[in-house]
Write a protein of this length. Structure first.
Length: 172
């Protein structure tokens, strides 16, 4: 039986993990690999972060995901509220059954560690035994590893040779 393949990209908050992944995944696609999942892109207004849009890695579409002025009924992720339609679309992008060499989830935070948010999508990817690369803030890694209850391979943002190491581990 194929083993669970969970990979974690970690580092401090706001150091450029998502920007790094945008460049890295473009190179992966240029090599003919199929990438599924989402990146969470910051939305700024007058130098203030107002939320995040989900970027669907397979379709190239972006849509609202988190906002700082949420409806009270929306699930909370820190100071942000998660738009139900954005979450539905993100889960669809994560669990899409198309052929995929890698599924990316940016990011898994406290909401997911409580079993909500992207957690159901992450579990579906694991059940299919597909490689999953998840972004997890550095301080949340121990909690993530505990709830995942599987061996994870950690990639530390900023390490020398990170892109090459990720390519060799993720896409073999």
């Amino acid at each position: 039986m194929k083993e669970d393949r969970v990979f974690v990209l970690t580092g401090p908050v706001h150091v450029g993990k998502t920007t790094f992944l945008l460049r890295f995944l473009q190179g992966v696609r240029n090599e003919g690999k199929h990438v599924n999942g989402i990146l969470s892109l910051a939305i700024w207004e007058d130098s203030i972060r107002k939320g995040y849009d989900a970027f669907d890695l397979a379709s190239g579409e972006s849509y609202p995901l988190l906002r700082t002025e949420p409806d009270p009924s929306w699930p909370r992720a820190g100071r942000f509220g998660m738009l139900p339609e954005g979450l539905r679309r993100a889960l669809s992008a994560i669990t899409r059954m198309s052929r995929s060499d890698l599924t990316v989830i940016d990011e898994m935070g406290p909401l997911e560690l409580s079993g909500r948010g992207f957690w159901p999508g992450f579990q579906a990817v694991r059940e299919r035994l597909q490689p999953a690369l998840v972004v997890v803030r550095q301080e949340l890694v121990p909690g993530f590893q505990k709830v995942v209850d599987a061996q994870t391979r950690l990639f530390q943002y900023g390490e020398a040779g990170l892109a090459e190491e990720m390519r060799s581990q993720l896409l073999t």
